[in-house]
Design a protein around this ligand. Sequence first.
Ligand code: IPE
Ligand code: IPE
Ligand code: MG
Length: 263
Amino acid sequence: MSLDRLLTWIPPGSPDETLARQVDFERLPVHVAIIMDGNGRWAAQRHLPRIEGHRAGIDSVRDVVESSARVGIDVLTLYAFSVENWKRPRTEVNTLMTLLKRYLRLELDTLLKNNIRFRVIGRSEELSPDVRHELDIGIRQTANNTGMQFNIALNYGGRAEIVDAARRAIAAGIPADELDEHRFGDFLYTAGQPDPDLLIRTSGEMRVSNFLLWQIAYSEIWVTETLWPDFRCRHLLEAILAYQKRDRRYGGIHTAPVALGVE
Ligand code: IPE
Ligand code: IPE
Ligand code: MG
């Protein structure tokens, strides 16, 4: 079913098709989270200003959102702006916000056509009113969609999220002895959503940069040297194939005896 949906979207005979045919659609990661990194380096390689890298990165967002929905991913979370990214020059921050607004305006139809539900995680109340307005439209118009959940992490910090959750738990009057890991999860921005099975980071950096610290406790991590503006459906499929070869043990023992050469 998902393979058919995907094959109508990718060019026949392309490397994407070869990869798509290797995917086990019964064992997809339910939640894929992506640290989109390398826009600045992509631009620098071309002697362009950093903002051109961000502009090009929007095409990757478009491609990956629709590809993920067609593959049959249930939840996709993209890290778009961290609480630390305010340290960047004001012109770069403004460009990022403008690109985000434009993306939402232009892509709303695609989100609706693909039955995608859009949400924001992060301290969105600190964003400017025009950005919040555009986000609200996207959230409202896609609220009744039943397909893929698409989270954008904006003004997001993993530590900030944990602090916010603790504050909410206290405000809700939860007695200390009733607060366990499960209950605490209900106060996170991602309440009700499964934890990421697969965490992708582009541009080769081996760090999590304050992303989903609580939720990635047992995520499989896949890092690619590919810079975000070059990332497409093909890379997503490569990541899923790598994920499907992993043996997730959650602190337990091997579940794949063949991998040990034992019958
Ligand atoms: C990722 O690309 C985009 C954001 C963090 C908003 P960068 O802008 O971090 O690009 P590099 O890491 O400098 O190449
Ligand atoms: C992580 O990328 C944040 C986002 C992708 C939004 P950064 O480029 O900000 O992270 P560092 O500075 O390399 O850790
Ligand atoms: Mg970066």
